[in-house]
Design a protein around this ligand. Structure first.
Ligand code: B1M
Length: 211
């Protein structure tokens, strides 16, 4: 069994004390940091997502494994983010109001940062007013990226775009959206500038929006 497979099993089983040594073991075995991230840390969360949907596991198991994944990402992060890359632009990222899912948003943030974007991260459950205020106060922000994972919270993206319009700030930033319930049709409907289905595609979209 490869060290990445072992890591994935550790994250899935929620054995969080073993995550950091297992990430190190996968690195020592010669695996690329991005492969360790995708196959060893994100994939087990996807597997758990299906088990959660099917009622095989509950919120506490998800929380423990999510925590384990984050611990692993902290080890990988410095290896993905190089110190001497050209700054491509500045993005404000958040998960929208009422939504506590930040794993996907953190991955998008991590990959955009490692591609060369400067990031302001408002975290999860970000109130509309706080987003608008942050954009108003920082002239260098060029992209607003919003993540939503619940069908009930995705409409906060629309509210945010409307609030930006009301504040006369809509033309100041490009707006990109993502998250499991979001798709291109929804992005078009709410007047976003772009949608991406995953983190690597989000990096390409951010580059395209600023081209
Ligand atoms: Co929640 N949850 N959850 N949950 N949870 C889902 C989303 C759900 C689909 C599970 C299910 O029922 N099958 C369901 C939503 C149903 C719906 O709305 N239709 C659900 C539910 C119901 C809930 C609660 C209501 C459960 C409860 O309390 N009864 C509750 C809500 C809390 C709240 O937000 N107010 C809740 C809580 C939680 C935890 C806290 C336990 C935990 C989150 C921990 C955390 O994030 N810190 C959690 C988790 C882990 C999930 C699942 C299992 C996994 C989500 C995840 O992290 N996936 C999820 C089921 C699923 O999606 N399979 C589920 C891995 C991640 C890498 O993928 O986030 O999709 P994802 O991100 C991708 C893309 O979407 C995209 O790129 C990312 C990387 O490739 N992307 C972007 C994301 N944001 C982007 C932004 C961009 C571009 C691309 O541009 C800006």
């Amino acid at each position: 069994m490869s060290k990445i497979t072992e890591l994935a099993a550790i994250v899935e089983e929620g054995l969080i004390d073993q995550v950091v040594p297992a990430v190190q073991a996968a690195l020592d075995e010669g695996h690329a940091p991005l492969d360790i991230l995708n196959e060893g840390l994100v994939e087990p969360i996807n597997v758990l997502g299906e088990k959660f949907r099917d009622g095989e596991i509950y919120v506490p198991e998800l929380l423990i494994s999510s925590k384990g994944m984050k611990m692993g990402v902290e080890v990988i992060k410095p290896l993905l983010v190089s110190g001497d890359i050209k700054v491509l632009g500045k993005c404000l990222f958040c998960t929208v109001e009422g939504d506590m899912h930040d794993i996907g948003k953190n991955l998008v943030t991590l990959l955009c940062e490692s591609a060369g974007f400067e990031i302001v991260d408002l975290g999860m459950d970000a109130p509309v007013d706080e987003i608008v205020e942050a954009i108003e106060e920082d002239d260098s922000i060029q992209i607003l990226g919003m993540s939503a994972m619940l069908t009930t919270t995705m409409y906060a993206m629309q509210e945010t775009i409307e609030a930006l319009e009301e504040a006369g700030l809509r033309d100041k930033v490009k707006v990109m959206v993502g998250g499991a319930p979001v798709n291109q049709d929804f992005a078009d409907k709410i007047g976003a500038d772009g949608f991406s289905p995953n983190a690597p595609a989000a990096v390409e979209l951010a580059k395209k929006l600023l081209a």
